[in-house]
Design a protein around this ligand. Structure first.
Ligand code: C2E
Ligand code: MG
Ligand code: MG
Ligand code: MG
Length: 277
């Protein structure tokens, strides 16, 4: 499928067969119903300060479990939601749910956890995205410093002043911004230098090479030094092994998330995780 950007609109050219189109329509209906009937769920994965071992926040990760189709991975339905535009109402729901959850946990346990929400490039391109975020902050009454937004390098495909401006406005609200999956996408260093962001997330594909080859480890060390040179915090994604953690800590990496600490958990289980901190 070819996709073309024009202004803020996505045009999808589908050279699809009729049966495929029918399948897509069924999927679109199902996904829309899931949103409408509150059948989408947020899971939370802790973000750990690896120098102190304490949890500082969590990432909200969307889950869709359909009664007929079963578990549909986000890597499949998010791109689909982006093509159909469903990502817009879904994304609004995700932000609101995450704000409500973090507020209730922080209030209840007297904590200052920060929730990270993934923002699709489609959402970021919307002219009213700033308004939407402001409204959500207001309606949920959450402290903006308890909210963080993760954008991927895909958001920089059409890097322009308006993007920089929007990020600056989001940050001015008190929300932190991080670059997700760093090193796998479209960001050039000259873009990165000019982006008003706070943190960089080292993609799991780099983290998993730690200790497997000298080059693998060195690359991660170099990415961390690069981030620090730009005054950015570093979050390591997908930490699974002790050896990765030890190396990341030695490199001065601030935060990490991964199965080594915890898998993403449904809200009720994450609640217990927070309680036992
Ligand atoms: P991401 O934002 O880079 O999220 C990290 C992914 O790595 C998650 O996959 C998480 O479950 C997985 N992960 C975390 N630790 C480990 C580990 O130690 N080992 C392995 N193998 N995997 C680990 P998930 O939940 O399947 O999400 C995939 C992607 O879907 C996310 O990548 C994000 O780009 C997107 N996504 C998820 N939820 C949302 C959402 O609410 N909105 C948008 N726009 N995108 C979302
Ligand atoms: Mg993310
Ligand atoms: Mg990521
Ligand atoms: Mg990733």
């Amino acid at each position: 499928r070819a996709k073309e950007r024009r202004g803020n609109n996505y045009f999808v050219y589908s050279g699809e067969s009729e049966p495929q189109k029918l399948k897509d329509i069924t999927l679109e209906t199902k996904l829309y119903d899931a949103l409408r009937l509150e059948q989408l769920q947020l899971y939370y994965q802790p973000k750990i300060d690896i120098q102190t071992g304490k949890m500082v926040g969590m990432e909200a990760l969307l889950r869709w479990i359909d009664s007929e189709l079963g578990f549909i991975p986000p890597d499949r339905f998010i791109p689909f939601a982006e093509e159909t535009g469903l990502i817009i109402p879904i994304g609004e729901w995700v932000l609101e749910r995450a704000c409500l959850d973090v507020k209730s946990w922080n209030d209840l346990f007297d904590l200052d956890l920060r929730v990270a929400v993934n923002l699709s490039p489609i959402q970021l391109a919307l002219p009213n995205i700033i308004e939407t975020i402001e409204n959500t902050l207001r309606n949920t009454n959450v402290n903006p410093s308890f909210v963080e937004i993760e954008i991927t390098e895909m958001s920089m495909v059409d890097f322009n002043e308006s993007l920089v401006d929007k990020l600056a406005q989001i940050r001015a609200m008190g929300i932190a911004i991080s670059i997700d999956d760093f090193g796998t996408g479209y960001s050039s260093l000259s873009y990165l230098k000019n982006l008003p962001v706070d943190a960089l997330k080292v993609d799991r594909s780099f983290v998993m090479e730690i200790g497997l080859s000298e080059t693998g480890s060195n690359m991660v060390g170099a990415i961390i030094r690069l981030a620090h040179a730009m005054n950015l915090e570093v979050v390591a994604e997908g930490v699974e092994r002790e050896e990765e953690l030890v190396y990341l800590r030695a490199c001065g990496c601030e935060l990490a998330q991964g199965y080594y600490f915890s898998k993403p958990l449904p809200a009720n289980e994450f609640f217990k995780y927070v309680m036992n901190q």
